[in-house]
Write a protein that binds this ligand. Structure first.
Ligand SMILES: Nc1ncnc2c1ncn2[C@@H]1O[C@H](COP(=O)(O)OP(=O)(O)OP(=O)(O)O)[C@@H](O)[C@H]1O
Length: 265
């Protein structure tokens, strides 16, 4: 059984405002011996409570910068929460930033092995999958070449083929990928559909509000790091669209399955 449990999770990034001092900051610091702060905190996620289990197909929607990708990366274990508890049970496949982290001097074949291990495969479990990964990538003899000579599309082909060779229980997707050229995109879409069908639990970030109700049965609307609404995908998408375009009618009454954690301003 696959489950996701977030209890009162918050995530704050602490980041430099700018690598270089402005002339004003330089003068203030050196003339008046006063430090101007070069650090700022971004409260990317605030007090998130989320429970998901087998059968949940969750779409995460919201404005740019609302915290959608951060939430997905927190679920993937890439970012630990600053506060609160995160628990994910089940093998995870994360389909985002897939082209990052290749060993540039190593060949395609070697990278298949390295990545396979990073995805939790053992030598025994990976071995039978390697021919399938190579075949799906369609890279043929190029797999013998160091990946630093690959084009961007070739890298994506290889990354996608490796990432989707697992049979994940928890599938995390950031924006449905447009991978490779047209022929590969068609193959990739077919494989994505298969993965989505077989995963026990899926969470995807998307701005494509038309296909979301087809792919998901539940949606979470993120707004400034908060969960603004969590419920049936059709209700949440409708409410989100209405908030962007007030001319559109809001759903009359929420059906009670959803949960509004933050009222509209
Ligand atoms: N590594 C980071 N360091 C500092 N701030 C970050 C980092 N990653 C994200 N943020 C900040 O966290 C907030 C949420 O970003 P996030 O990428 O999760 O938004 P999003 O909802 O996915 O946006 P979009 O729809 O534009 O992709 C933003 O204010 C962003 O600037």
């Amino acid at each position: 059984m696959a489950t996701i449990e977030l209890n009162d999770v918050s995530l704050t990034f602490r980041t430099r405002t700018s690598a270089k001092l402005t002339l004003k900051e330089y003068v203030v610091q050196h003339l008046f011996r006063r430090k101007t702060s070069q650090w700022m905190s971004v409260h990317a996620l605030s007090h998130i409570n989320l429970h998901a289990q087998d059968g949940d197909r969750i779409g995460i929607i919201g404005h740019n910068g609302a915290g959608k990708s951060t939430l997905l990366k927190l679920l993937a274990g890439i970012y630990p929460p600053t506060k609160g508890k995160r628990r994910v049970d089940g093998s995870i496949c994360s389909l985002f930033d897939i082209a990052l982290g290749f060993e540039s001097e190593a060949s395609g074949w070697e990278n298949i092995t390295y990545r396979g291990y990073l995805q939790g495969e053992t030598p025994e479990s990976l071995k039978p999958k390697i021919p399938g990964i190579a075949e799906f990538s369609g890279l043929g003899d190029f797999l013998k070449m160091p990946v630093r000579y690959y084009s961007a599309g070739m890298l994506i082909r290889l990354a996608f083929s490796i990432a989707t060779a697992v049979e994940p229980e928890v599938l995390l997707i950031d924006e449905v990928l447009s991978v490779g050229d047209l022929a590969f995109q068609m193959k990739a879409q077919e494989r994505m559909q298969e993965l989505m069908k077989n995963a026990r639990l899926m969470v995807m970030v998307s701005h494509d509000l038309k296909s979301l109700p087809v792919l998901c049965n539940r949606a979470i609307w993120m707004d400034q790091g908060h969960v603004r609404m969590d419920g049936d995908v059709k209700d949440v998408v409708k409410a989100y669209i209405a908030s962007v375009n007030p001319e559109t009618d809001l759903p009359a009454v929420h059906d009670g399955q959803g949960r509004i954690e933050r009222e509209a301003a």
